[in-house]
Design a binder for this molecule. Sequence first.
Ligand code: C2E
Ligand code: MG
Ligand code: MG
Length: 500
Amino acid sequence: MDKVVSSAVRIAFYYAIFAGLWILFSDLAVETFIDSANLRALAQTYKGLAFVVVTAMLLLILVYQNNRTLEKSNDLDSLTGLHSINMFIRTLDKSIRKLKPNEQIILGFLDIDDFKTLNDTIGFERADLFLQELAVDITEITLSGSVTARLQADQFASFAIIDTNDEFDMDDHVLGFQRLFAHRAKKQNIDATCCIGVALFPNDGVTAKELMVSATEALGVAKQQKNAIQYHDQALTNKAMQRRQMVLDLRQAIQEDKLTIVYQPKYDLNTLTVSGVEVLVRWVHDKHGFISPAEFIPLAEDNHLTSAISMLVVRKAAEQLHNANLLGSGLKHVAINVSATEFNNLEEMRALTQFIQKLDYFSPYVRIEITETATLTDIKKSVGVIADLQESGITFSIDDFGTGYTSLTMLKDLTVDEIKIDRSFVSEIEHDERSKTIVNAIIAMAQSFGVNIVAEGIETAKQMSLLQTMGCQEAQGFYLAKPMPINELVTHLKENRKLH
Ligand code: C2E
Ligand code: MG
Ligand code: MG
């Protein structure tokens, strides 16, 4: 029965019971409980009025309660338990009004492609179950403070508040919904895809309604295809598509072994001889030319490609240095960069360590470089990973030291072999007394810990001589040598030896 009709019947039922009891027993009650004849007469006169007042109150309470229940059930979607559209708009409106100046809202609509056909092929029951499970999945991946709703049969909506000061990968967040959808469909053996339309506050609308209209428009464009994502702002869509293409290209370049490596020599500042090399990965894109690792390593991190890159770099460096007979002849260590996501993944680090260990002619020279910020996420875990590496005879260096803000306390817990002072300090020591003081302090501290110290990014003779007087042991930078391929490294090392 319709909810409104059933609640009206319920109210009428309560009224009938109360009125019936009143008619049957009110006279008897007056006779039984009131002794005085005067009072009895009074009660008989005003009994009807009392009935009107009591029933009015009773009706008031029942109708109020009933409206609250109806309102509540209208706020939630009965199939999934998510917010209903009305509730969603109200919450979005409230959130917009409470937004701080540094906050933004991302609103996305997810719509299942060809839902009608899907319903016909798999049946309503399975389709309902799919929607229910999907709703659970969606609420699980949303950011804290996110609100999720089912707007129509096959349409979900979600909004999240983003702090613009945080590094937020919008495209990855949106792709996350599409990945989750594909995962759920696969799990339930359902052949389905979905489209997503995205709008941003304040760019695409400054009220809840405007933002909803923008997301609907974006979804409309996405629905012209299947399995598509569309931002209301076309420029964002283009950027996201370029990025996705770049990931595909990077994956292909790795598979086809198209990434190459170069070596940047590290110098001993006392003897001015090459003490080691840092291996740096290079990618020359077929269409876009040289792409800096600073640009593609973060892409690799977001797409689980860093482990493959590390293996490739290790394999190539071992092969080239071994073939050129450079291992041991003056090169004390070969530094390999490992990215943050890889370092924080125990399985990937174990696999990399084993891979290096198998190359027994190479492993004694390997030094793993991790940026300071990567070790900071979980110091306890980092201690374990570093200990595992060192047990396998691999040394460990902290890259870009000084940029992580908690450098000093971290050194108390981590047993590192080397610290590389970040280029940002080195580039300022000539002119900025504060940077000079920081570098001096880092060197003094490293010396007292017995940790090797390397200055990164030396670009002038003055920087080098200053670092020498400060007692820095090693240095690396364009002033000394730029990154170079293996054949140039061979010549460079020969010349360097001849000089001394
Ligand atoms: P990094 O490990 O701190 O490497 C040093 C970067 O500074 C290199 O840039 C190098 O070319 C550059 N550099 C060295 N000396 C100077 C100098 O005197 N002046 C200036 N301006 N720059 C100098 P590159 O090769 O572009 O690498 C950038 C970053 O990308 C690296 O920083 C590292 O974090 C990452 N990276 C490079 N290769 C790999 C790799 O194989 N795996 C991973 N996971 N990350 C890598
Ligand atoms: Mg490095
Ligand atoms: Mg560095």
